[in-house]
Design a protein around this ligand. Structure first.
Ligand SMILES: [Zn+2]
Length: 137
């Protein structure tokens, strides 16, 4: 119920503001957060991982457990491949870095959604002064 209320406020806000946010990932990449573009951005981030790490993710299908986290699970194909050298360790670590970055974007987006909702509530309680705030193109 709480989440639904936030989403309602957020989607209403999209019609009246042109607010944008830029933030930097640990790797130094810049990400732009604009209302309406968010899902697209996350979709691309997720697809990018699958496209460039297909060789790494191939191992996942051969793990003993479907929900294997590839850390210390028995029968983990990734750990076995790392051990016998089939999967280069630096390749695996690169993959993990990308995963963390993707997670960071999702966490950060969740934070921005709730922050935006809070801003909206504050704006509704007070007077409307920032109707067309944000950057000019
Ligand atoms: Zn595994």
């Amino acid at each position: 119920m709480k989440v639904q209320a936030i989403r309602e406020i957020d989607s209403r806000g999209r019609h009246t503001t042109t607010h944008r946010q830029l933030f930097m990932l640990p790797s130094g990449k810049m990400v732009i957060d604009t209302p309406g573009m968010r899902e697209l951005g996350l979709f691309e981030a997720g697809e990018g991982i699958h496209a460039s790490f297909g060789d790494v993710e191939e191992w996942f299908g051969t793990c003993r457990f479907a929900d294997c986290r590839h850390q210390a699970e028995p029968g983990c194909a990734v750990l076995a491949a790392l051990k016998d050298g089939s999967l280069p360790r630096e390749r695996w670590e690169h993959y993990l870095t990308q995963q963390q970055e993707h997670k960071y974007v999702q966490d950060r987006t969740g934070y921005l959604i709730s922050k935006r909702a809070r801003d909206k509530m504050t704006a509704m309680q007070g007077k409307q002064t920032r109707k067309n705030g944000g950057w000019k193109k």
